[in-house]
Write a protein that binds this ligand. Sequence first.
Ligand code: DC
Length: 228
Amino acid sequence: MTHPVIAIDGPAASGKGTLSRLIAKKLNYAHMDTGALYRAVAFEVLEAGGDPENEEDALKGVNSLTQKIESGDPASPDFVLHNAALRGDDMAVAASKVASQGEARKRLVTLQRRFARNPGEGYEGAVLDGRDIGTVICPEADVKLYVIADIEVRAERRMKELQSKGIQATSGTVLEDMRARDERDKERKASPLKPAEDAVMVDTSQLSESEVLEKALEIIQEKLSGPT
Ligand code: DC
């Protein structure tokens, strides 16, 4: 690859999405939120009246999503991934169920790798965020960050995010859903959430968005300038 690729992984609401968007803007990189892919598959499954835990239904959802993406601009699948209906916690839970299935995951690999290889005209690199970017999708990424935060902090952030979108939720339910989702994402057999061996850990619990960005940019600069 001629351009840099940055892989950012971590659990729900750790701050990886915000950080990825800020990095992309600052460095003029294209950004792919791979969680939105799994949410979009879950959306297709639920729309068709299917069960996200059923393998056949999940595969139908993957096919339907990839057809939609393929019929648009393949270098920029963002147009189906910006659906506001994807952002609720119910869709996050369904996405985590779809994402625990190996065959469904396998079929989404090409799409993600193609984006990393070809972020699109005018961009200087690619940044992908998710759960398995540094370990499975882009093991050769130039920079790997693993973003974490205390679960209470993450639940609080998610509550605020949901409230800001006018989505009803109670803090107990959000915390419970997050615990269950963490466990499902970490314990699944297929590409479980875990840091790549060469990932740099970034704990965002006590940091503001700009402090996290500053820290990440330092790491990126160091990694991209190579060994001294
Ligand atoms: O990042 P998010 O909360 O939007 O992700 C929703 C779910 O999708 C998450 O619980 C696990 C799954 N996911 C995954 O398994 N692998 C990825 N690369 C991204 C998300």
